[in-house]
Design a protein. Structure first.
Length: 202
C-alpha cells in the first residue's frame, strides 16, 4: 500500500470516529477509467497521486482540508480550471500563468477564488501551489500531494475533539501545528512565513 493511500485511509477512519457528518459527505471514489475519461482533454497529465486521491473519494461537500478548504469533485475541479484559466489569461495575470498546467483540487470554503492546485508541468515533483489572484499569493505550499495528505492525516490525529450536543470542538495545539507545518510544508514557504513574522514584529 502506498503512503498516500494509507494516509487517506487514516483520515477516513478518524473522520468516521470523530466527525461522522464530515465522513458522510465524502463521495464515492472513481474508477481509473472514469478518471481517464474526465481528464482526457486537459492540456497536461495528472500524477499518480491524484489518481489515488480520486479513486479514494471523488471530493466532499465542504471543509475537508484542515477544516478550511473544500475538496472538489474531479468534475468541479476541471470546471474550476477552465473558468480560472480564462480569467487569468484574459486579465494578463502573468505570475499566475503556471496555472495553465495545474489542477485546483481544494478551494477555500470562505472564498471561491482561492485554491490549492497540483502543478502538472511534467518536470517538477508535482508541487501543491496556492492560487490567490487577488493577493498574488502563488507560493508552493508542498512539494507533493503526498506531503499534503500526510500532513492532513497527522493533523487530524493530533486534534483535540470534544463533543457537546453532537457538535465537535476541534483544535490542534499551537506547538503541534507548528511542528507539523515544518515537517511537511515546503521549506521555502516556512522560511517566508518566519521572515514575515519577524518583519511584522509578531
Amino acid at each position: 500500500m502506498s503512503e498516500i493511500t494509507e494516509a487517506l485511509q487514516r483520515i477516513e477512519v478518524w473522520l468516521q470516529n470523530h466527525m461522522p457528518a464530515h465522513a458522510a459527505q465524502l463521495r464515492f471514489g472513481l474508477t481509473r477509467d472514469e478518471i481517464e475519461k474526465q481528464v482526457q482533454n486537459l492540456p497536461f497529465s495528472l500524477p499518480e497521486e491524484v489518481y489515488k486521491l480520486y479513486q479514494w473519494h471523488d471530493g466532499s461537500v465542504e471543509q475537508f482540508l484542515f477544516l478550511n478548504y473544500d475538496f472538489f469533485s474531479l468534475k468541479d475541479a476541471i470546471e474550476a480550471y477552465h473558468q480560472w484559466w480564462v480569467e487569468i489569461f484574459y486579465d494578463k495575470h502573468e505570475s499566475a500563468y503556471f496555472f495553465y498546467k495545474s489542477l485546483p483540487i481544494f478551494e477555500l470554503w470562505s472564498d471561491c477564488g482561492v485554491f490549492l492546485s497540483v502543478v502538472c508541468n511534467n518536470y517538477q515533483n508535482y508541487p501543491i501551489r496556492m492560487l490567490d489572484v487577488e493577493y498574488r499569493d502563488y507560493f508552493i505550499r508542498y512539494h507533493s500531494l503526498k506531503d499534503l495528505i500526510l500532513h492532513l492525516a497527522d493533523w487530524y490525529e493530533s486534534a483535540e475533539c470534544d463533543e457537546d450536543e453532537n457538535v465537535p470542538e476541534f483544535g490542534v495545539q499551537e506547538e503541534t501545528r507548528y511542528l507539523l507545518d515544518v515537517k511537511y510544508m515546503a521549506k521555502e514557504y516556512i522560511r517566508y512565513i518566519a521572515n514575515r513574522d519577524v518583519d511584522s514584529g509578531s
